[in-house]
Design a protein around this ligand. Structure first.
Ligand code: FAD
Ligand code: 2HG
Ligand code: ZN
Length: 479
């Protein structure tokens, strides 16, 4: 009898949603939902009452109003490329996935204020293209840019490969439009560069991972387009050399240093083995590798000469063994593929336990040494895949199973392995989530490392914004 009543109320509830967005945009069949209920890493799988695809802010507002009244949880989802399980529903089959992909308009480009206003469901690469077509540059860039959305980037405060020069997603945002849990709309799209009228609501929503409100649009900063760019892959004798090279490049190239990405030899090995079409420019895979890029808005700047010179000095000083400078855009792309293919290669190679950590830059290599020793002592034989945005102090400290382990044996190590890595990160005064967010992946670890006062304030804010706990419950914070 209860099941029948629930089924009837589900029918009525789904009909309400269909009235708002159109029946074709309320997906209830398992096959239609498939791409939405599993995350990119295929680590999390949930079930959903429906996937709802609104077309605009008014529809998002009406859907949230309806869900809040019915106390149905809502999981905001953009491109579903997140790495913390933040966009995957639980397995109750009672939650609604709110997919923002149809909110995909470029609303306005302001060439005087140097801003672009976009719907939250715009794919990042489309925002980059719109900026380019208007003679400007939108600098946020990451491996998933062909499918992640601006809303997801803002909700996770994504980093990526140009943070060193331009900052995280937060630094790109001048304003937001957000729908609150009860359907009210906050229009914060003035796009002002100065506005000291109290608490900064924009910064509260950025990085809130869909737990405080649904971002429906944003005003983003544009930059002058780089006219010249030079990319190099550098072979290093060891990991310590990476920091020396970083300091050397920073001192000579200043803010023309746009990217400084690091990987250990096992990452390059993995890419060469699993990503079709990749070729190493080095005869043997070096112990450590850096991919670096300089760029300038002045077409006359001799960046190739400058980089050649700096790398030559680094080789003379023993800080680098070899370097390849891309001679064309195609070659630069091929070098980037070696770096950006690491995530894809990991998925193909098997299960990975990931750590996305931030550390004081100067202590990175000391940390790597200490952590390797600690992990090896506790869990001998694991494969280390250490890479990341070294210039931002951000490492992806990932591990794969030892040859003698089954996947299940390996996954059973997750909690104790996380404790070894993250306790050390904490001792080094670092962060256990640099750029991917907390989602469900790090939720239970957060209270171990975040001060109780900060946790309390976050819970208080959550209650204030979402008193019925319908927005992405169980993500970021324990419910
Ligand atoms: P989703 O995965 O759909 O959602 C992520 C979180 O944001 C969820 O909690 C979701 O509920 C919430 N959310 C989504 N849209 C909204 C919205 N409109 N309003 C409110 N909440 C919302 N990340 C980096 O930081 N740096 C990298 O270099 C990087 N490289 C990557 C490379 C690859 C190959 C892949 C697969 C991922 C990478 N990521 C990286 C992770 C991921 O792409 C980013 O975190 C991205 O910002 C997520 O965007 P999305 O639209 O896919 O969000
Ligand atoms: C990257 O920098 C992404 O490539 C993904 O943040 C990291 O696969 C990962 O762990
Ligand atoms: Zn990254």
């Amino acid at each position: 009898m209860a099941d029948e009543a629930e089924a009837m109320s589900d029918t009525a509830f789904l009909a309400q949603l269909a009235d708002i967005v159109g029946a074709a945009h309320v997906l209830t069949e398992a096959t239609a939902q498939d791409a939405y209920v599993v995350d990119w890493m295929k680590k999390y799988r949930g079930r959903a009452l429906a996937v709802v695809r609104p077309a605009d802010t008014a529809q998002v507002s009406a859907v949230l109003h309806c869900c809040n009244d019915a106390r149905v949880s809502v999981i905001p989802q953009g491109g579903n490329t997140g790495m913390a399980g933040g966009a995957t529903p639980d397995d109750s089959g009672r939650q609604v996935i709110l997919s923002l992909g149809r909110l995909n308009r470029i609303r306005e480009i302001d060439p005087v204020g140097n801003t672009i206003t976009v719907d939250a469901g715009c794919i990042l690469a489309n925002v980059q293209a719109a900026a380019r077509e208007s003679g400007r540059f939108f600098p946020l860039s990451l491996g998933a840019e062909g499918s992640c959305t601006i809303g997801g980037n803002l909700a996770t405060n994504a980093g990526g490969i140009a943070v060193l020069r331009y900052g995280n997603t937060r630094e790109q945002a001048l304003g937001l439009e957000v729908v609150l849990a009860d359907g009210r709309i906050w229009d914060g799209l003035q796009g002002l560069r100065k506005d000291n009228t109290g608490y900064d609501l924009r910064d509260l929503f950025i990085g809130s991972e869909g737990t405080l409100g649904v971002i429906t649009a944003a005003v983003l900063k544009l930059q002058a387009a780089p006219a010249v760019r030079v990319t190099a892959l550098v072979a290093l004798p060891d990991q310590d050399a990476a920091l020396k090279l970083f300091v050397r490049l920073g001192a000579r190239a200043g803010d023309r240093l746009t990217a400084f990405e690091f990987m250990t030899h096992s990452c390059l090995d993995l890419v060469l083995q699993h990503v079709p079409g990749t070729v190493s420019p080095f005869a043997t895979v070096p112990p450590a590798i850096v991919l670096t890029e300089l760029s300038d808005t002045d077409a006359a700047a001799d960046l190739a000469g400058l980089l050649e010179n700096i790398l030559g000095d680094a080789i003379t000083a023993g800080e680098a063994e070899d370097a390849v400078i891309a001679q064309s855009g195609e070659q630069a792309k091929a070098l980037w593929r070696l770096r950006e293919g690491i995530s894809e290669a990991q998925v193909r190679a098997g299960k990975t336990i990931k750590h996305d950590i931030a550390l004081p830059i100067g202590r990175l290599t000391a940390f790597m040494r200490d952590c390797e020793t600690a992990v090896e002592a506790a869990f001998p034989g694991l494969r280390f895949l250490v890479f990341g945005h070294l210039g931002d102090g951000n490492l992806h400290y990932n591990l794969q199973r030892a040859p003698h382990m089954t996947d299940d044996d390996f996954y059973a190590l997750t909690a104790p392995l996380n404790a070894v890595v993250h306790d050390l990160v904490h001792r080094y005064r670092g962060s256990i989530s640099a750029e991917h967010g907390v989602g469900q992946l790090r939720r239970d670890e957060l209270p171990r490392y975040k001060p109780p006062v900060a946790m309390q304030i976050m819970h208080d804010l959550k209650r204030l914004f979402d008193s019925r706990n319908i927005l992405n419950p169980g993500k970021l914070l324990q419910s």
